[in-house]
Write a protein that binds this ligand. Structure first.
Ligand SMILES: *[C@@H]1O[C@H](CO)[C@@H](O)[C@H](O)[C@H]1NC(C)=O
Ligand SMILES: *[C@@H]1O[C@H](CO)[C@@H](O)[C@H](O)[C@H]1NC(C)=O
Ligand SMILES: *[C@@H]1O[C@H](CO)[C@@H](O)[C@H](O)[C@H]1NC(C)=O
Ligand SMILES: *[C@@H]1O[C@H](CO)[C@@H](O)[C@H](O)[C@H]1NC(C)=O
Ligand SMILES: *[C@@H]1O[C@H](CO)[C@@H](O)[C@H](O)[C@H]1NC(C)=O
Ligand SMILES: *[C@@H]1O[C@H](CO)[C@@H](O)[C@H](O)[C@H]1NC(C)=O
Length: 242
C-alpha cells in the first residue's frame, strides 16, 4: 500500500514537471512567435521608396487633418514596419498598402512602381491629391487585389479599360473624383467580368456616357452600389445605399 502511494506521488511529480515544461515551452514559443515582423523583400522596399520619391507632401491647410505616413519610410529599416505597410507573415511580401489621407501630392505615372507590388491585396490611396492624373493603367498587373480605394484623391481622365482584369476585386471605391470618367465600354466590361464585386462606390464619377442597361449585366451579387451625383439615370430595381 505504502509503495503504491509512493508510486502515485512520483507519477504526480512527473506529471507536474511535464506540465511545467509544456507551459515553459509554450511561453518561450509564444514570446518568440508573437507577431514577429517579417523581413521585407528588397524589390518591394525599392518599389515603395521609388513611389515615395515621386510624391511630395502637401502641408496646406486643406489636408491639415491628414498625416504623412510616408515620412516614417526609411531605407535603413524593414519596410514591413513602415506606417501603412503590411507584409505577409510567411513570405514578407507586401500585401496591404494603406496611405489614406497621407498628404501626398503629385501625378501618378501609368508605370508607377506600385504595380511591382504583385502580392498586394489591399490598396488604399484615398484622400490624397494626384493632380488630376489618370488611374495607372499598370494597376491591371495587381491581380491579387481584393480591395481598391482611390476615393477623394483628385484623379482624372478615363478609368482604364483594363480594370476589369482585376478579377478578384470585392470592393472598388472611386467616389469623390469628379474629374474621373467611366466610358461606356469600360463600365460594361467591368459589370461583366468582375464577378466577385460586392461594393462599388462611384459617387461624383462622370458616368454620362454609361448606358444604364449595363447595370443588367452584373455577374456578381452587389451588396452596395453608390452612384450619387453621377449624371446617370439608374433603373429603379438597382439596389442602392443612400
Ligand atoms: C533613417 O534612419 C537612420 C538611422 O535611424 C537615420 O540616420 C536617417 O537619418 C534616417 N533617414 C531618413 C530619410 O529619415
Ligand atoms: C500638376 O499637373 C500640372 C499640369 O498637368 C503640372 O504642371 C504640375 O507640375 C503638377 N503638379 C504636381 C505637384 O505634380
Ligand atoms: C515611367 O515612364 C516615364 C515616361 O515614359 C519615365 O520617364 C519614367 O522613368 C518611368 N518610370 C519608371 C519607374 O519606369
Ligand atoms: C474609402 O476611403 C474613404 C476615405 O478614407 C472611406 O471613407 C471609405 O469608407 C472607403 N471605402 C470603402 C469601400 O471602404
Ligand atoms: C470579360 O467579359 C467579356 C464579355 O462577357 C468576355 O468576352 C471576356 O472573355 C471576359 N474576359 C475575361 C478576362 O474574363
Ligand atoms: C462628363 O463628361 C462629358 C463628356 O463625356 C462632359 O461633356 C460633361 O461635361 C462631364 N460632366 C461633368 C459634370 O463634368
Amino acid at each position: 500500500m505504502g509503495k503504491f502511494i509512493w508510486l502515485c506521488q512520483i507519477r504526480s511529480l512527473l506529471f507536474v514537471l511535464f506540465f511545467l515544461s509544456v507551459v515553459d515551452c509554450c511561453l518561450s514559443l509564444s514570446s518568440s512567435s508573437l507577431n514577429p515582423t517579417p523581413s521585407c523583400l528588397p524589390e518591394d522596399t525599392s518599389a515603395l521608396l521609388q513611389f515615395k520619391n515621386t510624391m511630395s507632401i502637401d502641408d496646406s491647410a486643406f489636408y491639415s487633418y491628414c498625416y504623412p505616413k510616408t515620412n516614417s519610410w526609411n531605407e535603413s529599416t524593414n519596410c514591413c514596419s513602415w506606417e501603412g505597410v503590411t507584409c505577409e507573415k510567411a513570405t514578407g511580401q507586401v500585401i496591404s498598402l494603406d496611405l489614406t489621407c497621407s498628404k501626398l501630392v503629385g501625378s501618378l505615372s501609368p508605370n508607377t512602381t506600385l504595380v511591382r507590388l504583385r502580392g498586394l491585396k489591399r490598396l488604399d490611396l484615398s484622400l490624397n491629391n494626384f493632380n488630376a492624373s489618370s488611374i495607372p493603367s499598370g494597376f491591371n498587373q495587381l491581380i491579387s487585389l481584393t480591395h481598391l480605394n482611390l476615393s477623394g484623391s483628385y484623379l482624372g481622365g478615363s478609368v482604364p479599360l483594363n480594370i476589369y482584369l482585376l478579377s478578384k476585386l470585392i470592393s472598388l471605391d472611386l467616389s469623390g473624383n469628379d474629374q474621373l470618367k467611366f466610358d461606356s465600354h469600360g463600365f460594361d466590361m467591368l459589370t461583366r467580368n468582375l464577378s466577385k464585386l460586392e461594393n462599388l462606390l462611384l459617387d461624383s464619377v462622370n458616368m454620362s456616357d454609361v448606358v444604364p442597361t449595363s447595370f443588367m449585366n452584373f455577374r456578381s451579387s452587389l451588396k452596395r452600389l453608390s452612384l450619387e451625383f453621377c449624371d446617370l439615370n439608374i433603373p429603379a430595381w438597382v439596389p442602392r445605399v443612400c
